[in-house]
Write a protein that binds this ligand. Sequence first.
Ligand SMILES: O=P(O)(O)OC[C@@H](O)CO
Ligand SMILES: [Mg+2]
Length: 242
Amino acid sequence: MASAVAEEAAAAAQPRAAISHVIFDMDGLLLDTEGFYTEVQEKILARYGKVFDWSLKAKMMGKKAAESARIFVDECGLDGLLTPEQFLEERESMLQALFPSCTKLPGVLRLIHHLHANGIPMAVATGSHKRHFALKTQNHQEMFSLMHHVVMGDDPEVKAGKPSPDIFLAAMRRFEGNVEPSKCLVFEDAPSGIAAARNAGMSAVMVPDPRLDVSYHKGADQVLNSLLDFKPSEWGLPPFKE
Ligand SMILES: O=P(O)(O)OC[C@@H](O)CO
Ligand SMILES: [Mg+2]
């Protein structure tokens, strides 16, 4: 069996791409916040005698709030009972109470510190709007200070949410110099985010929730159980030292 060192050497000799810049999704990728959305949406739906399932979750996750609210109402047949605006209003206070307690997902700090130490520019591209971003990140300031910039869902340059490429292209343009999409690697947990990265012409690593059906993995260049499994040299990035 090949040693880890030999595996890294082989990967470095023939990388999947020559990545120079990294863009991270936030919810469900850096921060463990997706469970909060699920919990709150289950509660709201239960009131109508309905069950929130992972095929609906797959359609909503990663999208801008207004877009996912519309999907929720349409897919659950709640037209006439609940408007997307009422749904957003109902879930807001519950989410606001939960967001500040969110934790980082496994492998996040190790990877971000490694890329930062090696001078790889990083950005965050999240469907979250400014107010939710502030609540979610209040206990994770250090990690976000290592990012060159953050693009949020309510940024004027983000005309349409994921799967539109808008947010990843905006994130790319805000790096120093002239960066090509083919040099950017996106990390995502959501099917809409993987599609957005691909629509932007970027490579995409998916770290999905294990409950998401494998049929939603398509489009990803690589699917990992956790960021702990990421091997930078497979992407032309400096390898971990240990
Ligand atoms: O783009 P991300 O960071 O996953 O945020 C989307 C979020 O608002 C919920 O799914
Ligand atoms: Mg996400």
